[in-house]
Design a protein around this ligand. Structure first.
Ligand SMILES: [Zn+2]
Length: 321
């Protein structure tokens, strides 16, 4: 059963807003596009790995994607968690292009097809740390003892792994997506004792979802973006033209002629990603470039948003984040 699905992270969504709304030739566009490209490749890699897990969803395994849980003084993230009645398996999904070399110092070097080299975080240490964080989390939350395993899954079939024969833990900890099914069957054979009942698994899944805390990084600060760098207005979801104009109670794109009464909604999500979920009528007019505050008020009240404050200075809460 799939209990928690994967969605684009707030970090990716925020980077996409920058890409859409930063003024032309902004000096931060290049590093932003670089970061976004890498993170989207990782996201698609995780999605493609989900395909190999599909057979297990109907076989009594519980699957949760994208979890971020509290450790003692920080958080730890899990790409995919597979829970059976006998054991728990953590999957760390990597989409890597090129060749990964594990050297005699346990360093990992990625060599791209163009020959450029780059140091890489050792994914085996990473999954070992995740395993220890999760084991602590389970005992802190009084979950009955259950074995926890972890595995690095390479979701790009073209990733080559090179290592010295002394690295015996590489085949134990790293696999490619198409072999995941076989690896899970090996774990199944290793554990014959039931540790959690179906009821306990349901309880555990609910607890994991409840304690999941999405990462919400301050990218405006990180990339030092100023308000004047952001293009305002409603954007067209078909051709990405901005600003779309308001005519006869609807939005009309001057470039592709798309008409949509609710075209302000995706742009309001952009606002929430940039500045947070609360918005006043004045901020609404300013960001969406609506010249009339009466029109703005009508659109806002039609959205039936929760709000605080009287008629003047009313603050609305946007349903995003
Ligand atoms: Zn358009």
């Amino acid at each position: 059963m799939l209990v928690k699905d994967r969605s684009k992270s707030l970090r990716i969504k925020k980077l996409e807003v920058f890409q859409r709304r930063l003024i032309q030739n902004h000096p931060k566009l290049l590093p932003i596009n670089d970061e976004l490209g890498g993170r989207l490749a990782g996201h698609h890699g995780e999605q493609s790995n989900d395909y190999f897990l599909k057979p297990f969803l109907s076989k009594g395994y519980t699957v949760l994607h994208d979890l971020r849980l509290a450790a003692h003084d920080s958080f730890f993230q899990i790409d995919t968690l597979l829970i059976s009645t006998h054991y728990i398996l953590i999957l760390e999904v990597k989409y890597i292009t090129g060749t990964l070399h594990f050297d005699h110092l346990n360093q990992v070097i990625r060599v791209r097809d163009d020959g450029s080299e780059e140091a890489f975080q050792n994914p085996i240490y990473q999954v070992k740390r995740q395993r220890s964080h999760l084991t602590d989390w389970l005992s802190r939350n009084r979950v009955p003892h259950i074995p926890v395993h972890s595995l690095v899954v390479m979701s790009n079939p073209r990733t080559i792994i090179k290592s010295l024969p002394s690295h015996k833990d590489i085949p134990q900890y790293i696999t490619h997506s198409p072999y995941l099914q076989e690896r899970i069957q090996v774990f199944d054979k290793m554990h014959s004792v039931e540790k959690l009942t179906k009821r306990e698994i349901t309880k555990l899944s609910k607890l994991l979802v409840r304690q999941h805390t999405p990462d919400n990084p301050d990218l405006i600060k990180r990339y030092q973006i100023e308000e004047k760098d952001i293009i305002k207005g409603v954007y067209c979801t078909k051709c990405f033209y901005m600003p779309v104009v308001r005519k006869h109670n609807t939005w009309v794109c001057p470039k592709c002629s798309k008409k949509d009464r609710n075209l302000h909604l995706p742009s309001l999500e952009d606002y929430a990603l940039l500045y947070g979920a609360s918005i006043t009528n004045k901020e609404f007019c300013n960001f969406l470039q609506i010249p009339s505050r009466h029109v703005a008020k009508r659109i806002l009240s039609n959205m039936n948003l929760p709000h605080t404050g009287g008629c003047k200075g009313r603050t609305y809460t946007l349903p995003y984040l």
